[in-house]
Ligand binder design. Sequence first.
Ligand code: DER
Length: 235
Amino acid sequence: EGIEKSKRLAAWTAVDNHVLPEHKIIGIGSGSTVPYVVERILAQGRAVNKNRVFIPTGFQSKQLIVEAHLTLGDVSQYPVLDVTIDGADEVDRSLNAIKGGGACQLQEKVLAEAATTWVMVADYRKNSEILGANWKQGIPIEVVPFAYAGVLNHLHHIGSPNAALRMAKMKAGPVVSDNANFIIDAPFPESQMKEPAKLLTQLKLITGIVEVGLFCNMAKAAYFGNEDGTVTVKW
Ligand code: DER
């Protein structure tokens, strides 16, 4: 239906614009939009893809690459990538993003920084002016299990009284990330969300926090598929 079509539209447009024949080391993000990225890369044909290596941003991303019979690589082997394409939970007018809805933001940020070009793809629901306008689940924050209670308490006192541990649905207890850590979802008021880089710095200094789902000043472009079949590009 409309949302899946708009995800595919964003993904195909981004691949057509940014995954060129000369690009050999490709980062694949996580979530429900990136399967359309892989689909479009496969459509470029075996000849170009057999000379490429694909780096995952987590178990789901790795499965996508393996199931597409694309060559799997490791970021420790390829510390610099030509291009990484990833999803987003929300993107503001300055290309800052909330990520981590899929609890993959640590490896995603490593591959975003490793990429010469980093591009986001999403459906129209993610296209906002200010972070938090549509994404109400809060900022996903990866924490070491040992420290989660103290981090929660700290967040409660610096603007996120509703910060909470992300509990699993198909498993008893909290969600455990691909890095064996917990996720806290921390909603902050607009006054703090309108300066995401400042909030990111503040949060990164809290002991026990491994990575924060705010991606600031990193993207070259963001592509949003719209219900009417058009694509909005922010850069
Ligand atoms: O966890 C993430 O950051 C993923 O990129 C994900 O949140 C993107 O969401 P999607 O399923 O709407 O593509």
